[in-house]
Each structure stands twice: as structure tokens, then as C-alpha cells.
Design a protein around this ligand. Structure first.
Ligand code: NAD
Length: 290
């Protein structure tokens, strides 16, 4: 690395907190080297109240782009000059490109989800979807699926502090993309959940259920809903194969994918926004995600 850094090396980074555990520096630095780019990527621990100062500093220092993690994603969306449609609808940015002193905010989480499905032979266009969850991952998935032409999205969330978020997402999608039918239901209504799954092509878990320490749980206990042509996808990637995905596979679902592909492809989408080049995803997956 030290041999690669020059006086002209372009700077990219991650901001948020905590960032010490992040795999992003390894993934991007490897990809810069593999694609012959004189760029370097670092992670900076930035608390919410320092977000604006950090963003201004990055501008002054000529940073070319940065990723944003919790808790700074919403604040950064307020600070940029322009937002992509997805970032506008989600109300949060995870990728910012800096060009000629202007900040362009994007959100690649949903792009990663859609691309991961495409890599598994599934196009969300025209599909009816049931998505469990109303937090950051779920909102990104719902918004990008609507932008990419999903016909219907049924959102289920438990009646917690995220429920109002689902209602806000529904209102925003209805306003910007009225051709996509969106409804919100309480997750506690199992009968409705089963009815919507029966009427869906794609079923998604984008809650924290299934993630450690909830890895012994799945929000779908009655596995008879898993018919072979139901496409099942999880946002959770820790563990790589959740109980939800395992039970869908065991019940015969032909496509049942975990969240690791979404994570890989959201990074690849950010890399493309940063550099205009394709990330060497096969090698990145082998080295950092396996
Ligand atoms: P969040 O905190 O923003 O949202 C949490 C969601 O989980 C809410 O909908 C909440 O209601 C629900 N929830 C939490 N505990 C629950 C329970 N016991 N029963 C039912 N619902 C429950 O979190 P997030 O950032 O949206 O992350 C959700 C999951 O998605 C995490 O596992 C995260 O690691 C994963 N994720 C994956 C990617 C990826 O690229 N694959 C990207 C972002 C997040």
C-alpha cells in the first residue's frame, strides 16, 4: 500500500461510527489496485454531531467520494447538493460522490438487493412483493424495487417505532411512483401475512430477525407458505444463511438467497459511482465475503 500512495492519490473513505470492524477499506483498496486506479480508502470514526464538520473537511481536502454508515446516513442526505431518486425517497445516503466541489448523494443498498436477485435470475419488474421490515434495509429495498418497476409491495412490520416509517415510505412511493401499489400491515396479523405471501412472487425478510443473536428465529414459522415458485430473499448476512432462508430451501423454494450478495452488490454499485468502473466482484467475494 505505502508504495502505491503518491502525491496525486485520490482519497475515498467511510464515515460513521463504529467503523473499526468495517470490511470496506479492504474491499475498495483491493478493487482500486486491481483496476489500476491511484486511489486509497480509509475509515473515519465520525459521531452524528460531527457529521457536518466531517463532510466540510472532506470537501476541503479534495476527497473524491465517501460511504456513510450509521448514524450519519440521514444527516448526510440533508447536507448534499443533489440526491438520487432512491436517496430522496429513502431519506438517507450511503454513498456520496464529490465532483467539482458538489456533493451527489446516492443510496446503493436497494440497488444491491435488486442486483443480487438479478444475479439469481430474478427481475423485480412487474413482481408482487411482500417485504417484512421498515428500517434502513427494508426501506431501501422497498424504494428501489418500486423504482425498478415492482407492481405491488406489501410491507409488514411489528407495531414498534419503525411502523410509522413504513407508512411514510408508502406515502412517498405512492406520490412519486403511483403505478406501484403499496400497503402497510402489522406483522402481528399472521392471517394477512400468509394471504399476501400467497399473492406474492417475492418474499423478503429485511428485519433483524435471523441476525445474531436472533439467529434461531424466523418470522415465517408456518413453512407451508414456502411454495416452490416463491422467491425468498433475506437482507440479513450474519449468518450467511438464516433460518428463514434455510427453511425456504428445505421447503423446496427454487430461489432462496441470503443478504451477503446484497452487501457485495451495494459495494459494487458504490464503486461504480466512485470510479465509473466495475468492481472485480468474483475476486472480492472470494477474498472478503466467503
Ligand atoms: P434497522 O434497525 O433500521 O431496522 C430494524 C428492523 O427490524 C425494523 O423493521 C424492526 O421493526 C425489525 N425488528 C427488529 N427486531 C424485531 C423482532 N424481534 N421482530 C420483528 N421485527 C423486528 O435495521 P437495518 O439497518 O434495516 O438492518 C436490518 C437487517 O438487515 C440487519 O440484519 C442488517 O445487518 C441487514 N442489512 C443488510 C444489508 C445488506 O447489504 N445485506 C444492508 C443493510 C442492512
Amino acid at each position: 500500500m505505502e508504495k502505491r500512495i503518491t502525491g496525486r492519490t485520490g482519497m475515498f473513505c467511510l464515515i460513521g461510527t463504529p467503523v473499526g470492524h468495517s470490511g470496506s477499506p479492504a474491499m475498495y483498496n483491493y478493487s482500486f489496485a486491481q483496476t489500476g486506479l491511484d486511489h486509497a480508502y480509509l475509515a473515519y470514526d465520525v459521531p452524528l454531531e460531527k457529521t457536518e464538520e466531517a463532510v466540510n473537511a472532506l470537501k476541503v481536502l479534495g476527497c473524491k467520494g465517501f460511504n456513510v454508515t450509521m448514524p450519519c446516513k440521514t444527516k448526510v442526505a440533508e447536507l448534499v447538493d443533489e440526491l438520487s431518486d432512491a436517496a430522496k425517497l429513502i431519506g438517507a445516503c450511503n454513498t456520496v460522490v464529490i465532483k467539482d466541489g458538489k456533493l451527489y448523494g446516492n443510496n446503493t443498498d436497494g440497488m444491491g438487493f435488486v442486483r443480487n436477485l438479478r444475479e439469481n435470475g430474478v427481475d423485480v419488474k412487474g413482481k408482487r412483493m411482500t417485504v417484512m421490515g421498515a428500517g434502513g434495509a427494508a426501506t431501501a429495498i422497498q424504494v428501489q424495487s418500486a423504482l425498478d418497476g415492482a407492481a405491488k409491495i406489501s410491507i409488514f412490520n411489528r407495531k414498534d417505532e419503525f411502523y410509522a416509517n413504513a407508512e411514510r415510505t408508502m406515502a412517498k412511493i405512492k406520490e412519486m411512483l403511483p403505478e406501484c401499489e403499496v400497503n402497510v400491515y402489522p406483522l402481528e396479523d399472521t392471517e394477512k401475512l400468509h394471504a399476501e405471501i400467497a399473492d406474492s412472487d417475492i418474499l423478503v425478510n429485511a428485519t433483524k430477525v435471523g441476525m445474531k443473536p436472533l439467529d434461531d428465529q424466523s418470522l415465517v414459522e408456518d413453512t407451508s407458505v414456502f411454495r416452490p415458485d416463491l422467491i425468498v430473499a433475506d437482507a440479513v448476512y450474519n449468518p450467511k444463511e438464516t433460518k428463514f432462508v434455510q427453511s425456504a430451501k428445505a421447503a423446496g423454494c427454487k430461489v432462496a438467497v441470503g443478504g451477503i450478495g446484497m452487501l457485495l452488490w451495494q459495494g459494487a454499485a458504490a464503486f461504480h459511482l466512485f470510479t465509473g468502473k466495475d468492481m472485480p466482484t468474483d475476486e472480492v467475494y472470494e477474498l472478503f465475503f466467503k
